[in-house]
Design a protein around this ligand. Structure first.
Ligand SMILES: Cc1cc2nc3c(=O)[nH]c(=O)nc-3n(C[C@H](O)[C@H](O)[C@H](O)COP(=O)(O)OP(=O)(O)OC[C@H]3O[C@@H](n4cnc5c(N)ncnc54)[C@H](O)[C@@H]3O)c2cc1C
Length: 526
C-alpha cells in the first residue's frame, strides 16, 4: 500500500535526514511495520525560529500490509499525477507547424508537438547554446555585443544564462510535467520536491541541449540563426506562411513564443495588424549584498547547515510599490543587453550558488498610463529603451554599467569608492548618482522601499550594498491578444509565453508552451 505523510519536521542540523525521516514516520504510525520506497514528495524550510530551523517534509512510502485507520494517523493515499495529451483535432495540417523561439515556452511547445508526431520546425533567431556562450563571453570580457546572439536571444531563450529558479506561483498541474522533463534530461532530482527548486545556468544548458536532441530524434527540425521576419496571411487573415531570413516557409500554424525582448518582432506583428495591447511591467535596479550577510539575516547561527539563503520583500507606498524579483543567491549581476548602446541588468547563478554576493532586482511597477496608454502598443518598449540608453550613457558609453552604493543613493551623491561589496557585473562599472537620471517617481520609490526593507531585513541596512542599473526586462511590455490560445484576428497564430504576455518566468513560460501545443493538437492532425 502507498501512503503520504505531511509535516514531518526535522532540524536542519541533523546530519542523516533520511534515517530521522524513517524514525519519525515509524514513531507516528507505531507498531512493527516495515517501510519501503520512501520518496520525498515535498521539502521546504521553516526558518521562523532562527535558533531552530527545520526542514518540513511530505513523504511517500509503501508498506506490505495496509495500515489500519491510516487517516487518523495523519496519512493519506497519494494522488498519482499523469500528464495526458489531448485528443488530436479534425483539421488536416498541410505543412509542419512552426514554433518561433526556443526559450522555455517554445521548448515545451516543440517537445509536445514532436512527441505527438507533428514534426515541428523550430525557428530561433539566435545561435546554438555553446556558440551563444562564446558570444556572451566576448560581450562580458570585451564589450562586443552581438545583437542576435546574447543573453536574450539564442537556444534556451532568456533563461539559459539565469539562476534557473523554477519557482512558480502557478498551481497548474502541467508544472509537474515540466519538472519531470527537466529531470529526464539531466536536471537534479531534488527539483521535483524542493519548494524552491533551482537548477543553475551550468546544469540548465546541458538540459536544454538534451531536450533539443530529443525533439530532433522525434522528427523536429531546427533552424538557428533564423529570424521570423514577416507573417503571411490570406484575405481572410488565415496564416499561410512566414518569411525567415528572406525565404518563404509555408505553414498553417505557428506558435509564436518570442520572449519579452524581441522588439523588432513586436513591431512587425503590430505593423501587420495582429491584435496587441500594451501592458504593465516594472523597472528598477539590481542590488548586491554579501551572501553571508543575507544568510545571517535569514538563518542566523544555523546558516552553517544550509545553502545560500534567498529573500522576498515588498513595499507598498502611497502611489507605487517596490518589490524584490529574481533573487539570485550566491549569484552574479549580468549585462543582458540585446540592442546596441544600451545597458540591461539581470541575475545569474551556478548550481552551487557559491558566489560571494547575493543579488536581486528591486522593481517599481510601471503602468501604461506612465507611457501613453494601453492602445499605444509599442510605447512601453520605447520607455524601456530610453532608460537602457541612459544607463549606457552614464556607464561611460562602453557597456560598463552605472553603479552606486545604496548609502550614497539615499544621500543623493555619486559614490567614490567601494566598501565590502564588490560589483560582479562585467565588463565593468562606473560610479554614478542614479538620482541624476532615473525618473523621480522611480528613484523616490526605490529610496522609500530601501528604507522600508532595511527595517525588515538586516542585510538591507548595509550602506555598502551595490546598486547596478538598469533592470527593464523583467516582463513583457506588450500582450498579443489570444482567445483559446489563438490570436483573436489571425487564424493559425498561437501567441505563447512571456513575450506574448501570458507568463512570467521559466516555469510559467514552459507551462504556457504546453498549453499552446495542446491548443494546436486539439484543432489539427498531421
Ligand atoms: C539573465 C536572466 C535570468 C533569469 N532568471 C530566471 C530564473 O532564475 N527563474 C525564472 O523563472 N525566470 C528567470 N528569467 C526569466 C525567464 O528567463 C523568462 O521568463 C523565460 O525565459 C521566458 O520564456 P519564453 O520562452 O517566453 O521567452 P524567451 O526565453 O525569451 O525565449 C524567446 C526566444 O525566442 C527567440 N525569438 C524571438 N523573436 C524571434 C523571431 N522573430 N524569430 C526567431 N526567434 C525569435 C529568442 O531568440 C529567444 O530565444 C531570467 C531571465 C534572464 C534574462
Amino acid at each position: 500500500m502507498k501512503y503520504r505523510i505531511s509535516n514531518i519536521k526535522i532540524s536542519v542540523s541533523v546530519p542523516d535526514q533520511n534515517k530521522e525521516i524513517t524514525r519519525k514516520i515509524k514513531s507516528k504510525i507505531s507498531g512493527d511495520i516495515n517501510l519501503y520506497n520512501l520518496v520525498i514528495y515535498k521539502r521546504s524550510i521553516d526558518a521562523r525560529e532562527k535558533k531552530n530551523i527545520m526542514y518540513v517534509y511530505t513523504i511517500d512510502f509503501e508498506t506490505k500490509k495496509p495500515i489500519k485507520n491510516y487517516q487518523k494517523l495523519g496519512l493519506a493515499i497519494p494522488d498519482e499525477y499523469e500528464y495526458i495529451y489531448p485528443e488530436k483535432g479534425k483539421k488536416k495540417l498541410l505543412n509542419s507547424p512552426i514554433v518561433c523561439g526556443f526559450g522555455p515556452s517554445g521548448i515545451f511547445s516543440a517537445l509536445m508537438l514532436a512527441e505527438n508526431g507533428y514534426n515541428p520546425i523550430i525557428i530561433e533567431r539566435g545561435k546554438k547554446i555553446l556558440e551563444r556562450k562564446e558570444d556572451i563571453k566576448n560581450f562580458w570580457s570585451q564589450g562586443i555585443l552581438n545583437t542576435e546572439s546574447n543573453i536574450q536571444f539564442g537556444e534556451g531563450g532568456a533563461g539559459a544564462f539565469s539562476d534557473g529558479k523554477l519557482t512558480t506561483q502557478t498551481k497548474n498541474p502541467r508544472s509537474r510535467k515540466v519538472l519531470e522533463v527537466f529531470v529526464e534530461n539531466g536536471a537534479p532530482e531534488e527539483i521535483l520536491y524542493d519548494s524552491k527548486p533551482h537548477i543553475g545556468t551550468d546544469l540548465l544548458r546541458n538540459v536544454i541541449i538534451s531536450i533539443r536532441e530529443k525533439i530532433e530524434s522525434l522528427g523536429g527540425t531546427f533552424l538557428f540563426d533564423s529570424k521570423v521576419e514577416e507573417i503571411l496571411t490570406d484575405e481572410n487573415n488565415i496564416l499561410q506562411g512566414v518569411i525567415v531570413n528572406g525565404e518563404k516557409i509555408e505553414t498553417q500554424v505557428m506558435i509564436i513564443a518570442p520572449g519579452n525582448s524581441s522588439r523588432d518582432t513586436f513591431e512587425m506583428l503590430c505593423k501587420k495588424g495582429v491584435h496587441m495591447t500594451s501592458k504593465p511591467f516594472a523597472v528598477g535596479l539590481r542590488i548586491e549584498h554579501l551572501q553571508d550577510d543575507v544568510n545571517e539575516s535569514q538563518y542566523g547561527e544555523m546558516r552553517e547547515y544550509l545553502g545560500a539563503a534567498d529573500y522576498k520583500l515588498t513595499f507598498n507606498g502611497n502611489k507605487r510599490s517596490l518589490y524584490t524579483f529574481c533573487m539570485c543567491p550566491g549569484g552574479y549581476v549580468i549585462n543582458g543587453a540585446s540592442e546596441e548602446d544600451t545597458v540591461v541588468t539581470n541575475g545569474m547563478s551556478y548550481h552551487s550558488r557559491k558566489g560571494e554576493n547575493a543579488n536581486s532586482a528591486i522593481l517599481v511597477n510601471i503602468n501604461p498610463e506612465d507611457f501613453g496608454g494601453y492602445d499605444n502598443v509599442l510605447a512601453g518598449i520605447e520607455f524601456q529603451r530610453n532608460l537602457e540608453k541612459l544607463a549606457f550613457k552614464h556607464g561611460g558609453s562602453n557597456y560598463k554599467a552605472p553603479v552606486q552604493l545604496a548609502g550614497d543613493f539615499l544621500k543623493d551623491k555619486v559614490s567614490i569608492e567601494l566598501g565590502t561589496v564588490k560589483p560582479t557585473i562585467r565588463p565593468g562599472y562606473k560610479f554614478v548618482n542614479f538620482n541624476d537620471f532615473l525618473p523621480s517617481f522611480i528613484s523616490e520609490t526605490i529610496k522609500e522601499g530601501l528604507i522600508n526593507f532595511s527595517g525588515k531585513m538586516k542585510a538591507f541596512q548595509d550602506e555598502n550594498a551595490v546598486l547596478t542599473g538598469i533592470e527593464t526586462r523583467s516582463s513583457s511590455p506588450v500582450r498579443i491578444v489570444r482567445k483559446d490560445g489563438e490570436s483573436t484576428n489571425i487564424a493559425g497564430l498561437f501567441p505563447s509565453g512571456e513575450g506574448a504576455g501570458y507568463a512570467g518566468g521559466i516555469m510559467s513560460a514552459a507551462v504556457d508552451g504546453i498549453v499552446s501545443a495542446e491548443e494546436v493538437i486539439k484543432r489539427y492532425f498531421i
